[in-house]
Design a protein around this ligand. Structure first.
Ligand code: MG
Length: 255
């Protein structure tokens, strides 16, 4: 990648990523008992469009909304609608925005009101998986280093990582190569270079790693009905390390 290409891509991904981060901050404010998931989606779409961006997910392979909203045993790709959030649930919100020719993609899981210690621990460990993965994101490191960091942290805590869905390269397209699995062996796989961008997204289940897709053909749920958590950031590989381009804050999520 040329120096100009690197600079332009980083600048554009900062802008699309900033929209995603703002959208997730809005999601955090909106999550409360009684809130209709379709309202969250509508408010986020409005925010994205008023920033001059477009929702990456809406219409992607036919997905009908701007936010994936996945509750409790739902892992990813839940469709917002008439369902209302209830006290004690955990809800994963995944947002993508396209601006200036580049996508940003990020997600977080947050509790609705008071949640169980068990749910809180799953969320914390999953967030720590993301942090461990971001710490591995630098030039010369490999995709297997990221996957191994996620997998080992989750499994040491007694959880399992979802294997049927992965993180991904991201840029002019929402999903690019390489795939970024949440498992793997250190020192294997694609070697990261400055100018690469990846969406890192640990999906961690309290029970089995097995998942299934509901008859709506979108919603992915844990096979055993156990809770699942999901955190995601878009990360740009710099000359020295990496920069998170979707800097949503953990405030109000895990604190
Ligand atoms: Mg993603």
């Amino acid at each position: 990648m040329t120096a100009a290409g690197y600079r332009d891509k980083l600048a554009a991904m900062r802008r699309s990523g900033a929209v995603v981060a703002r959208a997730l901050e809005l999601c955090k404010e909106l999550v409360e008992p009684g809130r209709r998931t379709g309202e969250i989606d509508a408010r986020v779409e409005e925010l994205i469009r008023s920033a001059g961006a477009r929702p990456s997910f809406k219409g992607y392979n036919g997905f009908p909304a701007s936010v994936c909203i996945s509750i409790n045993e739902q892992v990813v790709h839940g469709i917002p609608g008439e369902r209302r959030l209830e006290e004690g649930e955990i809800v994963s919100l995944d947002v993508g925005a396209f601006l200036g020719g580049y996508h940003g993609d990020a997600a977080l899981t947050i509790g609705v009101g008071e949640i169980s210690d068990e749910a809180r621990r799953l969320m914390l460990v999953t967030y720590q998986c993301l942090e461990a993965a971001v710490a591995q994101s630098r030039p010369g490191n490999r995709i297997g280093d990221i996957g191994a960091a996620v997998q080992s942290w989750a499994e040491e805590a007694g959880y399992q990582v979802v294997r049927d869905f992965t993180g991904h390269g991201i840029g002019r397209k929402l999903h690019e190569r390489p795939q970024v699995p949440n498992f793997g062996r250190p020192g294997t796989g694609y070697r990261l270079r400055p100018g690469d961008a990846v969406a890192i997204e640990p999906m961690v289940n309290a029970g089995t790693l097995a998942v299934k897709v509901l008859p709506d053909n979108w919603t992915v749920v844990t096979y055993d009905g156990s809770l699942s958590a999901h955190y995601e950031r878009t990360v740009f590989i710099t000359d020295e390390g990496c920069e998170v381009t979707t800097p949503w804050s953990r405030r109000g999520v895990l604190d």
